[in-house]
Design a protein around this ligand. Sequence first.
Ligand code: CA
Length: 432
Amino acid sequence: MSPLDRSHDPALASWVASAQGHADFPIQNLPLGVFSPPAGAPRGGVAIGESVLDLAAAVQAGLFEGEAQRGAEAAAGPGLNPLMALGPGPRLALRMRLVELLEQGSPARPRVEPLLRRRQDCTLHLPAHIGDYTDFYAGIHHATNVGRLFRPDAPLLPNYKHVPIGYHGRASSVRPSGEPIRRPNGQRKLPGEPAPSFGPARNLDYELELGIWIGPGNALGEPIPIGEAASHVFGLCLLNDWSARDLQAWEYQPLGPFLAKSFATTVSPWIVTAEALAPFRVAQAPRPQGDPAPLSYLLDAADQSAGAVDIALEAWLAPRGGTPQRLSASNATDLYWTLAQLIAHHASGGCNLNPGDLLGSGTISGVTHESCGSLLELTRGGAQPIALRGGDGRRFLEDGDEVIFRGVCRREGFAPIGFGECRAAVLPAPSA
Ligand code: CA
């Protein structure tokens, strides 16, 4: 668990004017990503207010030394994988040096200011090459809500509270925020239809999730002990696990999701690092009475006392690109398993995790109906359309709809930090 240091001081201020009180990217955040400046190649950068600091240019300008330089050089290329591989040390040194460069009164300001780009002029890319993507199902309220649609009397399957459920997803179709997604064609058979058919998905949905970017990872055959798992979290982003519910309902038995999920996944482009999140770590909520204790390979006292993260999450819908309307609000503390438990479980059989691998948390819903992180839950399987301003309604997503996720960490005595947006619009399906 990262300790608190002066980079978390709420009194810390930056000479970058737009960073003062910025909703997402004050100097206490310093998230990492990959961007292209106008007419430039992709390279690593740091978001500060409405600007991006060009790390490749900052390395060239000789602004780093020692461990910070090692970190900055590893982050300067078209993917953050080399920095992810280095683990927490160089990442922390880079963060502390970035604070020195960007804080008010920094003597380096004249050398740093020319290396800032306006964020709106830059193209944001995926922050890393994703070798593998796994999606978990750790949002217990989501799992309960979805299970109830199919099994009203026993919504959670018997394994849920013992084993973190997940499936191996598709890395090739993960896209950064802002890139539209295409409604998939697929095979579906709705209840009452005599035979399956192929065509545009009718029940297109989103899932509000956290993305976990893996740091060093493990060698094949060498599990990650639960006590060390947190050190393999490079950082977090917002993740939309787009889901075609009609395809999913028809194809999912017996092996789980397949084409209903693999057509697109959207991530926010800025990775909020484990160090930036340190003030917002909280105890994992005690399990309700009667729930089983985790098996020992998933149980660690330090993880239980500070392994959850307090992140307020919101899902918004811009109907056909119109004015966005908030659909739900939940919190990452609603996850049944900690990030470390997901990582330790993933590696427990010997499967190797690599720098830049991406894990989805599973849909994060709260206990209330207003906190449901998918339309499947909000509309109770499509049976009860949600009302939109202006009299329109939605069972599931229509072409032209845009889904926007936001996430913010707040704690008394600390500067709030945010994730920026995870946003994408739905394009019509290709002609089948
Ligand atoms: Ca999911």
